[in-house]
Design a protein around this ligand. Structure first.
Ligand code: NDP
Length: 247
């Protein structure tokens, strides 16, 4: 896979899966524009790691749930590199609680970041991709968006919504040389899963046929494939990368 002369916008590139995606894209030649919500030091570290691979990279503070900030993010990418070839909708949060204790705020925060955030990024990036007649959009769903999970009603709704948006937008944009796909990871070793209780972790491990957590690189590899020219005939798909969980 060759990403030379390609520009990628990766949301939530400061840590975890997003950081790995940035580094892998950088290694394969892409210019990288990553955004983060509050962790500037981690975002700067990702920029350095990309530069060490010989790529150009910048980071932008942007709350993906805010339309004006997302518009500014995409404008910055175009100002800096002239185009946006790849969008990776990776930024995401959890606020895990059972329905009885989940507040309206817990619900809205997760939907706003994970679902509305992906919508806003697709809306503003696809305008640019349409003019270019080229684009690759890959969004992070989750095995939880396919099967549901007790204590993650808000998160499951957001990740199921990502699948619906992916298939709908794929139908809207496929005639314009823009593909839209999703990756649905199982449990991956990042800050997000480190925050799970020991009981929740044991329960999760018991559901993984391969018996191990995924690594950010496992997910990044799938994202890069869907973002590559090699995947030009694949659109509207959801690729599970989960050690067999969703079999
Ligand atoms: P992390 O918690 O490790 O990192 C989350 C990233 O998202 C950070 O870069 C964070 O920025 C950024 N972010 C959070 N909120 C916003 C916001 N409002 N605007 C912009 N950026 C934001 O997450 P993971 O790497 O574990 O997960 C990445 C994606 O993969 C998520 O969409 C997640 O739902 C999905 N996923 C993860 C799984 C897992 O097991 N880890 C399983 C299935 C799906 P900052 O550093 O500034 O806080």
């Amino acid at each position: 896979m060759d990403f030379n002369n390609k520009t990628a916008v990766v949301t939530g590139g400061s840590r975890g899966i997003g950081r790995e995606v940035c580094i892998e894209l950088a290694e394969k030649g892409a210019n990288v524009v990553l955004c983060y919500s509050g962790n500037a030091a981690a975002a700067e570290d990702t920029v350095k790691l990309c530069e060490e691979k010989g790529a150009k990279a910048i980071c932008v503070k942007c709350n993906v749930a805010d339309g004006d900030e997302v518009k500014a993010l995409m404008s910055k990418a175009v100002e800096e590199f002239g185009r946006i070839d790849i969008l990776v909708n990776n930024a995401g949060i959890t606020r895990d609680k059972l329905l009885m204790t989940m507040s309206e705020e817990d619900f809205s925060a997760v939907i706003d970041t994970n679902l509305k955030g992906a919508f806003l990024c697709m809306k503003h990036a696809s305008r640019i991709m349409l003019k270019q007649r080229y684009g690759r959009i890959v969004s992070l769903s989750s095995v939880v968006g396919i099967h549901g999970n007790a204590g993650q009603l808000n998160y499951a709704a957001s990740k199921a919504g990502v699948i619906g948006m992916t298939k709908s937008l794929a139908k809207e944009l496929s005639s314009r040389n823009i593909t839209v796909n999703a990756v649905a990871p199982g449990f991956v070793a990042t800050d997000m899963t480190a925050a799970m209780t020991e009981d929740a972790k044991k329960l999760a491990m018991a559901q993984i046929p391969m018996g191990v957590l995924g690594e950010p690189k496992d997910i990044a590899n799938a994202i890069l494939f869907l973002a590559s020219d090699e995947a030009k005939y694949i659109t509207g798909q959801v690729l599970a990368v989960d050690g067999g969980m969703s079999m």
